[in-house]
Ligand binder design. Structure first.
Ligand code: ADP
Ligand code: ASP
Ligand code: MG
Length: 434
């Protein structure tokens, strides 16, 4: 049974980081080993910027500058790793950059999401070409596989849905029984018509779970720049503590509410096959990891805090003094789904239906254009949503510190409050339990 490793952007951000990967893979001598890799550093963000300038006639110079800078960064890493070595992947990577340029020309008038997937996938195609060449250079026998041919999806671009049967057939058919390290891309897939697709931002964790599920993996290890899963983002909460054990269900809740450390779709495929997930540090691999499996005993041991920033509060009001009853809620939520948005908090009363949404300008505009025809709207921007799982008595008030809450919601396990971002601190502190 294979082990699946997943390395995110931070773990391969430059040549030194890629060098650092080798001992982690070498130390895991048991084969088969499947290694799922993201794009280097912030490449996906840069590819999104490149995409925006490719679609804008007036920004040809910006396109060229951005393209050249991205290529230069990758060349620099290759140069540092391989120098003049004959097994340098420089030429192969240059070909991938040429393909990227061609894809931009070909798709610039296509729908945005399709253009996105045909171009943003190159971040992972390029990074894995470099990492595979590096592992082989270091004497670790590695095969590079194209995830567009393995992770089979529909054509719902930017958030493609998996065809599990075709994916399992492709993955098992091509990868099962390999004695070499299998290296492939996270985040990307492909349709039956061989068009590239992507699984949604931060989707590489989900990719690792897909490979693990299809190959009945022994375990999945996601290597992060933190030692594990904490009860709050350690960058934002000064007293966050690491969680040693957590269940698939609780980890899914944390990810669903916005804990950015694991993609929310990751846990489902692992839970179905009882495959444990380890969250470990690539910087301090000797540190004890967080283990996520079926055990629910530890789920409520410590309260967990999650911040969602850049939120918008949208109040939908009737024009006719009629109730915002179920048929109207159904109508509004239908338009929300059509716009491709998700409500992070919903509040309703007789003549008001309100939604807390991520600030995704294009999608919000679609929703607002549609709702404006039939309802009065009120909108507030620059908001932060705080969610606490298993809050202790008094904790929400202590966390609020007299800040006005625009909205709040509470059930047996979860409390949420929505604040103006300007009222929120840069660094938060989790109050002691009373
Ligand atoms: P990658 O994409 O490289 O796999 P991410 O950047 O997506 O890694 O995830 C790691 C980051 O997640 C950490 O640097 C940390 O700031 C952030 N994070 C947010 N919430 C949590 C949490 N509850 N526990 C640990 N890290 C968290
Ligand atoms: N490279 C993609 C992103 O930055 C996927 C991932 O890293 O998980 O969103
Ligand atoms: Mg990530």
């Amino acid at each position: 049974m294979p082990t699946v490793f997943k390395f995110g952007g931070a773990s391969i951000k430059d040549a030194d980081a890629i060098r650092h990967l080798t001992p982690l893979i070498e130390a895991h001598a048991d084969r088969p080993l499947v290694v799922v890799v993201s794009a280097m550093g912030k490449t996906t963000n840069k590819l999104e910027t490149l995409l925006a300038s490719a679609r804008d006639d007036g920004r040809k110079d910006a396109y060229r500058d951005c393209f050249d800078a991205l290529q230069a960064e990758h060349r620099e890493a290759i140069e540092s790793l391989f120098g003049d070595a004959s097994d340098s992947p420089r030429e192969r990577v240059d070909v991938l950059f040429e393909e990227l340029d061609t894809q931009h020309r070909k798709h610039r008038d296509a729908p945005y999401a399709k253009h996105y997937d045909q171009t943003v996938c190159y971040g992972e195609l390029i990074s894995t070409t470099i990492v595979a060449a590096w592992l082989n250079h270091c004497g670790i026998a590695t095969d590079w596989h194209d995830a567009r041919e393995l992770v089979r999806t529909d054509a719902c671009h930017q958030s493609a849905n998996l065809d599990w049967t075709a994916t399992a057939d492709a993955i098992r058919g091509r990868l099962a029984g390999s004695e070499r390290v299998i290296l492939t891309q996270g985040f990307i897939g492909g349709t039956e018509q061989s068009e590239a697709t992507t699984l949604g931002r931060e989707g590489s964790d989900f990719s690792a779970a897909i490979f693990a599920h299809c190959l009945d993996a022994h375990e999945v290890v996601i290597w992060k720049d933190v030692t594990g899963l904490f009860n709050a983002d350690p960058r934002r909460f000064d007293n966050a503590v690491q969680l040693e054990r957590l269940s698939y269900a609780e980890a899914t809740e944390l990810a669903w509410h916005g804990a950015k450390v694991i993609h929310p779709k990751t846990l489902g495929p692992l839970q179905e096959k009882s495959i444990p997930l380890m969250v470990r540090s690539f910087e301090t691999p000797e540190a004890a990891p967080s283990v996520i499996d079926a055990e629910r005993r530890f789920d409520a041991e410590v309260p967990c805090c999650i911040l969602r920033e850049k939120q918008v509060w949208l109040e939908v009001l009737p024009r006719d003094f009629a109730f915002m009853d179920e048929p109207r809620q159904h109508d509004i939520l239908g338009r929300l789904v059509e716009a491709g948005l998700h409500a992070n908090l919903i509040d309703s009363s007789a003549m008001r239906f309100a939604l807390c949404l991520d600030d995704k300008p294009e999608r919000l505009e679609t929703l607002i254009d549609s709702l404006e025809n039939d309802y009065e709207l009120r909108r507030e921007d620059r908001l932060t949503l705080l969610t606490v799982r298993h809050p202790r008595p008094g904790m929400m008030d202590a966390l609020s510190e007299g800040r006005e809450a625009l909205a709040e919601r509470r059930n047996a396990t979860t409390a949420q409050r929505l604040f103006h971002s300007d009222d929120c601190p840069e660094t938060w502190h989790i109050p002691e339990a009373r």
